[in-house]
Design a protein around this ligand. Structure first.
Ligand SMILES: [Fe+2]
Length: 399
């Protein structure tokens, strides 16, 4: 993350003695990225942050991936994945894998129960809240998560999701194998968001207060690299509760950004997806499409032209409103579409004509474009609408 914050008590000089009221010392921990060469923060703990008393394997939910073959555009209805027992499902162990590759995994969960303590040591997470609300307790303090928020959780930050009800907390989880940040072209050479960026630092909300908890022999689930699917887990037991931080400062911390604070860039003619970009990771980008005025050329075609992004797989998550270009396709709230590289895609029949003269699009969607092909996870296979690929032609194979 780009800019400096401080919360709680830190000593005037880094790497110097920081005394507790009883005269003992707090334990300083540096969390830093790219081997002391990128963003970092210093945290001051009451206990020793590396202490562990037990470790055992944590078996993740099915992380297998099946290639997109035959190569087809796909439609997956995420709401079909809602467990009847969602009130007993948590936002960490209840995630189901929709699509993925070695760079990013897209998971979905409808949760109602508090999660275990958890950290993802594979990469950063960007969690989009489709609906519901939650408190996210972290070693850096408390975040509140509400509908439309992205929660950007840096790699290896210990945290816990506590849904605030009454309905399910619906989360679309972008799990990277890298870091997730604002696009580099939005940033000055010193890391400030520039004037042409569609959001600024005022829209990014870090923890506003610390969160302390007591406890002995506390479980922490860690997702990390390894195993046959490239990803696996370990369950630690730590001697004292990890939420023991009395202060921290630095440029690395979890934060939230609400999609409603994204100021869309519009134009006289159709603006391509990079105008809608919000974040990026290694080998993928995150864009969002928000309610906006559309193109004002008198002959403008507001919906997208057909396009073949030969280097990308394009995943759209339909989070609200009406998505103009997909009318007649069966896609609705909670749908995910996958439009793979090597296959041209664009508006459903009639959508181009139907959009002429439109002045406003009332759509809300989160798009992940990956530069390497995506495969289908078990949830993607379980909730697929098999008719989607044929909606442009109006007929499928005669079987
Ligand atoms: Fe597209």
């Amino acid at each position: 993350m780009a800019y400096y914050r401080q919360l709680g008590d830190v000593p005037p000089k880094r790497h110097t003695q920081h005394h507790r009221p009883d005269g003992g010392l707090y334990y300083e921990e540096l969390m830093g990225e790219e081997g002391f060469s990128s963003g970092s923060s210093l945290l001051y703990h009451a206990g020793v942050p590396s202490a562990v008393v037990d470790a055992s394997p944590w078996d993740l939910a099915d992380q297998s991936l099946a290639g997109n073959r035959p190569l087809l555009p796909r439609h997956i209805r995420l709401h079909d994945l809602t467990s009847p027992a969602w009130q007993d499902t948590d936002a960490v162990t209840g995630r189901r894998l929709v699509l993925g590759n070695a760079d990013v995994r897209l998971q979905y969960v409808a949760a109602g129960a508090p999660s275990p303590l958890y950290r993802n040591a594979v990469g950063d997470e960007c969690v989009y809240v489709e609906s519901g609300s939650a408190v996210v307790e972290t070693v850096f303090g408390v975040l509140t998560a509400r509908q439309g928020d992205y929660i950007v959780m840096p790699r290896a930050v210990t945290h816990r999701w506590v849904p605030a009800g009454p309905g399910p907390l619906r989360l679309y989880v972008i799990e990277a194998a890298s870091h997730i940040s604002p696009p580099r072209r939005y940033l000055s050479r010193f890391g400030q968001l520039l004037e042409h960026a569609p959001y600024c630092e005022r829209d990014l909300h870090g923890p506003a207060q610390l969160f302390r908890a007591e406890g002995e022999d506390v479980e922490v689930l860690v997702k990390h690299r390894g195993g046959p699917d490239g990803i696996t887990g370990t369950r630690y037991v730590v001697p004292a509760h990890p939420f023991d931080v009395v202060g921290w400062d630095g440029c690395l911390y979890p934060y939230t950004f609400n999609i409603g604070d994204f100021m869309p860039i519009t134009g006289k003619i159709h603006q391509p997806p990079p105008a809608h970009q919000v974040f990026e990771g290694v080998n993928f980008v995150v864009c969002n499409f928000v309610p906006r005025k559309v193109d004002y050329h008198p002959l403008a075609v507001p919906v997208p032209y057909y396009h073949s992004n030969v280097d990308s797989d394009e995943v759209m998550f339909y989070a609200g409103g009406d998505y103009e270009a997909r009318k007649g396709s069966g896609i609705g709230q909670g749908s995910v579409s996958l439009h793979p590289g090597g296959h041209s895609h664009g508006p459903q029949p009639g959508a181009v004509e139907g959009s002429l003269g439109a002045e406003l699009f009332d759509e809300l969607a989160v798009m992940v474009d990956t530069f390497r092909p995506l495969a289908l996870g078990e949830a993607g296979r379980a909730a697929e609408d098999p008719g989607y690929a044929w909606t442009w032609s109006g007929r499928g194979p005669a079987r």
